[in-house]
Design a protein around this ligand. Structure first.
Ligand code: KIV
Length: 271
C-alpha cells in the first residue's frame, strides 16, 4: 500500500470543517506564480488573488482601476503555483455591479481562464441575487463586508466600518444575506473586534478577518505588508514579520557597489 504524503487539497468544505473544529484559517494574498508557490509550500490555507494587486503591484492609489483581464492574468499565474491552497480570484470593480449575467460571465472567466476555485466580491444584501446566481452555476463565492475598498470614492476614506450601532447591524444583516445566498465564507475588513465576534458567532460560514480582531474564524493579510515589502503606508492591523523591503535595498546597494568596484563577477562566477 502506498501512503500519500501530499497534504490534502483545501476546498470550501475544508474551511467549513475548520470553523466547526475551531481550527483557525490562514489566508494571504498572492499575485504571481513565485509567491504563490512559496506561500502554498508554507501551508497557507487560502490564497486570494486580491484586487489589491492594483495598489501593491501596479502602483495605483486605489483598487478601482484594475481590470478583469489583469485579474485573470494574475489568477492564472497564482493557480499554477498552488497544489494545496484554495485559490480565490477577486472580482474587480464593475465586473459584477452592472448585472447578474455580466457577473456570471466575469466570475466564470476567473474559473475557466484563471483557474481560480472560487471568487470574492465586495458588498452585502444588494449583491445576494448575484451570489445566488454564481453559486447556482457552480461558482463558490466569498463575501467581503466592512471596509470595501472599491467604494473608496463613495465613502471618501478608509475609516473603520460598523463602529456605530446602525452600521454594525447592517453588517450583521449583510452577513446573514450573503450566507443565505450561498456564500461559503465572508471577509470582514476593518471592523471592531466585538462586531466581528458577533458576526462570527451568528454565521454558519467561516469569517476571515483583516483588521477585525482575534475572534474571526481566520485571518488574512496582504503578503507584501506581512513581509515589509509594501511600505507606502502601514495600517494598524498589519504585523510586519520581516523587513524585506529594507533587505532588498541593502542587497541591491551591495551589488551596485561590487559592480562599480569590479568585485563582481569573481573568477568562480565567470567562464
Ligand atoms: O484585495 C485584497 O487584498 C483584499 C484583502 C485585503 C481581503 O480584498
Amino acid at each position: 500500500m502506498t501512503v500519500s504524503t501530499r497534504p490534502a487539497k483545501v476546498t470550501t468544505a475544508t474551511l467549513r470543517q475548520q470553523k466547526a473544529q475551531r481550527q483557525r484559517i490562514t489566508a494571504l494574498t498572492a499575485y504571481d506564480h513565485l509567491f504563490a508557490s512559496l506561500l502554498d509550500e508554507a501551508g497557507v490555507d487560502v490564497l486570494l488573488v486580491g484586487d489589491s494587486v492594483a495598489t501593491v503591484v501596479q502602483g495605483r492609489d486605489t483598487t478601482v482601476p484594475v481590470t478583469m483581464d489583469q485579474m485573470v492574468y494574475h489568477t492564472e499565474m497564482v493557480a499554477r503555483g498552488c497544489t494545496r491552497a484554495l485559490v480565490v480570484g477577486d472580482m474587480p470593480f464593475l465586473s459584477y455591479q452592472i448585472g447578474v449575467e455580466d457577473a456570471l460571465r466575469n466570475a466564470g472567466r476567473l474559473l475557466k481562464e484563471g483557474h481560480a476555485e472560487a471568487v470574492k466580491l465586495e458588498g452585502g444584501a444588494e449583491f445576494a441575487p448575484t451570489v445566488q446566481r454564481l453559486v447556482a452555476a457552480g461558482i463558490p463565492v466569498m463575501g467581503h463586508l466592512g471596509l470595501t475598498p472599491q467604494s473608496i470614492h463613495q465613502f471618501g476614506s478608509y475609516r473603520t466600518r460598523g463602529a456605530d450601532d446602525a452600521e454594525g447591524q447592517r453588517i450583521l444583516d449583510d452577513a446573514k444575506a450573503l450566507e443565505q445566498a450561498g456564500a461559503f465564507a465572508i471577509v470582514l475588513e476593518k471592523v471592531p473586534a466585538a462586531l466581528a465576534q458577533r458576526v462570527t458567532e451568528a454565521a454558519a460560514v467561516p469569517t476571515i478577518g483583516i483588521g477585525a480582531g482575534p475572534h474571526t474564524d481566520g485571518q488574512i493579510l496582504v503578503t507584501h505588508d506581512l513581509l515589509g515589502m509594501f511600505t507606502r503606508f502601514k495600517p494598524r492591523f498589519v504585523r510586519r514579520y520581516k523587513q524585506l523591503g529594507a533587505e532588498i535595498g541593502e542587497a541591491v546597494r551591495s551589488y551596485c557597489r561590487d559592480v562599480q568596484d569590479g568585485a563582481f563577477p569573481a573568477a568562480d562566477e565567470s567562464y
